[in-house]
Design a protein. Structure first.
Length: 156
């Protein structure tokens, strides 16, 4: 099972490298729980729609991943995404640790962790440098991400 779950992680990130959201989403269970510092916690369709939104809007995007580890219940990977943050036109290189929980051959939990202050300094510039470590900016970033996701879903 650990080989199958390692292959599942590889399939997910190889699809991400191609900006193939549908293959990524096919790796998830229908009741997926996803979390990260920008979007907070998303469940089910919202998690899939987040990947659809991000892959369709990606500019100057590249992704590498390594250190794939998995057993029959859980897994992890290190990945780095480089992209143009569309709201500011600034380049972001985001270094991320991902953890997974598997059930019935699918990913049922996906948790990404990264330094939100580092991300905000890159994405937002001076404002991120000064305020990126505060809960106020973190809340504002999450609210903006949620607003963008809802607008994407409404426009589909």
């Amino acid at each position: 099972m650990s080989d199958a779950n390692s292959a599942l992680i590889n399939r997910f990130y190889q699809a991400f490298q191609r900006l193939d959201a549908e293959t990524m989403i096919a790796c998830y269970s229908d009741d997926i729980t996803f979390s990260d510092p920008v979007f907070g916690t998303l469940r089910g369709k919202d998690a899939g729609d987040m990947w659809r939104m991000l892959t369709t809007r990606a500019q100057n995007f590249s992704l590498t991943f390594d250190d794939v580890r998995a057993d029959e219940h859980s897994g992890a990977v290190h990945w780095v995404a480089s992209y143009l943050f569309s709201q500011t036109g600034r380049t972001v290189v985001n270094d991320i640790q991902a953890r997974f929980v598997f059930r019935d051959g699918k990913i049922c939990e996906h948790h990404d962790s990264f330094d939100l202050w580092r991300w905000s300094r890159q994405a937002l510039g001076f404002k991120g440098l000064v305020l990126g470590w505060t809960p106020l900016l973190a809340d504002k970033v999450r609210a903006q991400a949620t607003k963008g996701l809802r607008a994407f879903q409404a426009g589909r």
